[in-house]
Design a protein around this ligand. Structure first.
Ligand code: SF4
Ligand code: FES
Length: 362
């Protein structure tokens, strides 16, 4: 299949982070700092991305503020004509630091928040960061940049949704992204502690419906364990977006580190255009030709693209199987059984396995 032009780049400039969230989307095996791309390498990659058609870069991590050369990376994206969004925990986001990034061409900021109150937020982050986030929100608001608040939702904060939305309005966010936990990597490891009940999700959906149109824009990222239909993950494999990890590993999505037989290409070895159009990894699940099982003849195959390849791999060991989140999948019990178990248990946050940088082994 011919590759359409990508429009977004997720630039994971470092895996280092002061926070230890138990649902972190970084891989279990984190990239060590000494292996990170240099400023010149990021500048080159951003130029290649712009030539490919990328118009938007999410500069993320880990915590991107831990890169002393962040303003230079943002400036490189800006001079390549790419709209840049900083994705940050807020720890280390002082007014002078943000002013420097704005001068370099930064266009918007997404701030993460773990819960509506200090105690819950710090417990989930595994780090006292709520106060820093509150200050960061003030600093962001002062710049007038578009400001998004991102909250990963799970069993321990879903019932605080009204307070989370109130806090987003108080902090001056333009948009609150309510991202239900996606269970791969660290989140899969912590699934028993994080998986909500159906009742929690039903209440949360009703809250979102009632609060839409009043205050910040609310974005609801679908929880797929209870829906019976999978999410159209990444809008289809190799369709819209490229992730480049701290060491230059290029992936069709941030979680694809975990699929070992993909033969991950690296921007240090190959041009980004080859990676996007020709690499086996980006072509592995493009289109519908690879589909097996019920997806092959399913009328939804161009709608959800067979669901999430990373979830299929994480749960079945085969990335080409139908996403077990689909009720038609022969593996559907792999999401149904944990969801049923979630209704019977009330796990405490004390069972979290926090993400640790000491696992930096790549
Ligand atoms: Fe989607 Fe495949 Fe399920 Fe059909 S069978 S709904 S294409 S995941
Ligand atoms: Fe990788 Fe869904 S997260 S395809």
């Amino acid at each position: 299949m011919t590759a359409p032009a990508p429009w977004a780049l997720l630039a994971e400039v470092t895996h280092a982070c002061p926070l230890h969230c138990p649902y972190c989307s970084n891989p279990l095996e984190l990239v060590r700092r000494s292996a990170e791309l240099t400023t010149a390498e990021w500048t080159h990659v951003l130029g290649e991305a712009a030539d490919l058609g990328v118009v938007q870069a999410h500069v993320s991590g880990g915590e991107p503020l831990l890169r002393p050369d962040l303003a230079e990376i943002v400036a490189a994206a800006h001079s390549a004509g790419i709209y840049t969004q900083l994705v940050t925990s807020g720890v280390g986001l002082s007014a002078p630091r943000l002013d420097g990034l704005v001068d370099a061409g930064l266009n918007s900021v997404q701030l993460s928040l773990q819960d509506a109150g200090q105690e819950g937020s710090d417990l989930i982050a595994g780090y006292r960061s709520y106060a820093a986030k509150e200050q960061a929100a003030e600093v962001i608001r002062a710049t007038g940049l578009p400001f998004g608040l991102n909250v990963v939702l799970h069993r321990h904060n879903l019932d605080h949704l009204p307070e989370i939305i109130d806090l987003g309005a108080r902090w001056g966010a333009d948009r609150v992204e309510l991202a239900n936990t996606q269970f791969y990597g660290w989140a899969l490891r912590n699934r028993a502690a994080l998986l909500p009940t159906r009742e929690q999700l039903d209440r949360a959906k009703a809250t979102v419906a009632a609060r839409r149109g009043d205050g910040p824009e609310l974005v609801w990222v679908m929880p797929d364990y209870y829906e019976g239909v999978p999410k159209p993950c990444m809008g289809g494999w190799g369709t819209r977006s490229i992730t480049v990890g701290p060491d230059g590993t290029a992936l069709p999505c941030p979680a694809a580190y975990a699929i070992p037989d993909l033969d991950h290409p690296n921007v240090r070895d190959r041009p980004l255009s080859w990676i996007w159009t020709e690499s086996p990894a980006f072509n592995a699940y493009r289109g519908t030709g690879w589909m097996t099982g019920p997806c092959g003849g399913c009328p939804r195959r161009e709608i959800d693209f067979g669901g999430c390849r990373c979830q299929a791999y994480a749960l079945t060991g085969d990335a080409a199987r139908t996403d077990p989140a689909c009720a038609l999948s022969p593996d559907h019990h792999l999401v149904r059984d944990p969801a049923t178990a979630a209704a019977r248990t009330a796990p405490s946050a004390e069972t979290f396995v926090y993400r640790r940088q000491s696992r930096a082994v790549r």
